[in-house]
Design a binder for this molecule. Structure first.
Ligand code: SAH
Length: 219
């Protein structure tokens, strides 16, 4: 990564990391990944000055980049050690993809909107992460070719867990998914124990809808 890109916004980024720590995020690897990832490059130039606020921001095509505290929470819950293969549904801006690339060994990320995927790919190229594979398509189908995954992160809300995720999850692996209606959801973490998924409720959240064969229909 070019030195100028790394140093820009360093102060605001450090303050964001301190705030997340004060909010209870304790995983040092997660805090370090956020400290070293230039979130301002993943948001449109018009909202760049707000990149290190703890808020969701518009990224075009009617979609949003989630607020940093949500990403931090997601990543902390997964307890990644650096050896995992993870599947991300809803690349969006690619910011979470970049964080994951620092915390896992291989990242597979699916996005259905070509403009967002192209932009995310370009930003990721700019910051130089290499262990990421992208796919344009319906993420509710998963990505069978590289299964099983140690973790599946869904960045959009669904009515229920698509059965493909259970099928493509490794034993002991985790799924993080917001479940509910199109406006409001609850974030759940599921852990695979044989044929069962052990369920734990995390927090109320608001995500854009997951649109695809095993979720909401496109409008
Ligand atoms: N973590 C991303 C979240 C982006 S919003 C970020 O912070 O930038 C959720 C994304 O999921 C949107 O880009 C939306 O287009 C995408 N999405 C919705 N349904 C999808 C599907 N079935 N397959 C792949 N991506 C999907």
């Amino acid at each position: 990564m070019a030195a100028s890109v790394e140093h820009e916004f360093r102060g605001p980024r450090r303050r964001l990391v301190e705030m997340l720590h004060d909010q209870g995020i304790k995983d040092l690897a997660v805090l370090k990944a956020i400290d070293e990832t230039p979130r301002h490059l993943f948001v449109p130039t018009g909202v760049r000055h707000r990149a290190y606020e703890d808020s969701a921001l518009p990224i075009g095509s009617g979609q949003t980049i989630s607020q940093p505290s949500i990403h931090a929470r997601y990543l902390e819950l997964l307890k990644l050690t650096g050896n995992e293969k993870v599947l991300e549904i809803g690349t969006g801006s690619g910011y979470q993809t970049a964080l994951l690339s620092r915390l896992a060994s291989q990242v597979f990320s699916i996005e259905r909107i070509v403009e967002l995927l192209d932009k995310a790919r370009e930003t990721i190229r700019q910051i130089g992460a290499r262990n990421i594979s992208f796919l344009l398509g319906d993420g509710t189908l998963g990505w069978r070719q590289y299964a099983p995954y140690d973790a599946i992160l869904v960045g959009a809300g669904a009515p229920e867990v698509p059965k493909t995720y259970h099928e493509q999850l490794a034993e002991g692996g985790r799924i993080l998914i917001p479940l509910g209606d199109k406006e409001e959801q609850t974030l759940y973490m599921f852990t695979r124990r044989g044929d069962e998924l052990e369920k734990s409720e995390i927090a109320p959240v608001r995500f854009v809808p997951l649109v695809g064969k095993y979720s909401w229909e496109a409008m």
